[in-house]
Design a protein around this ligand. Sequence first.
Ligand code: URA
Length: 237
Amino acid sequence: MALERLDKLIASQGVYSRREVKRLVKEGRVLVDGRPARSAEEKTDPAAITVDGEPLGYTRYTYVMLHKPAGVLSATEDSRQETVLDLLEPPLRKRGLFPVGRLDRDTEGLLLLTNDGPLAHRLLSPKHHVDKEYLARLDGPVGEEDREAFARGIRLGELQCLPAKLTWGENPTEVLVTLHEGKFHQIKRMFQSRGRTVLYLKRIRMGPLTLDPHLVRGKYRYLSEEEIRVLLEKMEK
Ligand code: URA
């Protein structure tokens, strides 16, 4: 990796601001290749840095899986309402993470937060048709005709939806829907067009990424190396 400024590298990890890095350097707490850093502007390889004796553990991008609860906005900031960024610990909030796509305020489930702009772009691009799977509870049962209508592609006024998959088990008011796009309120509007109301909605999968069943509502975790590898590999194609 190309050499970068110490203050930029350390601050990008979200724990210290650039100003704090300056102070750490003055106090001799930052070492580069084992010798005290000369200045906060010094250019270096991130692998050479230690802060208070600990390796920086630099990662360029951060990937977080959040189990979004209802009542929280899929946004980075809002003057009045709680956003998904507010659910993160303060150091993580400084890493420039943003949600990849939006879930409605009352929708729960899988939301990926990252600062990897190119990956987010590919995940959201209509060209890639990344499939998203949702669990929906409805105010009444669906049937074969609904399944066929979803498979043909529902028409919502001007909008012709892509074919979607609708399945259910024992209970035809609790269904799974797989979409290959993400229009505003899409699932709610698709069911509305079939005379049904969505009472509860949860996203359980986005492309190769499945919501961790151990992740309770409102909690998050970093993606595993394997999850990141598969995600990056899939989105390269
Ligand atoms: N469809 C909806 O209607 N809402 C969501 O949050 C996601 C998909």
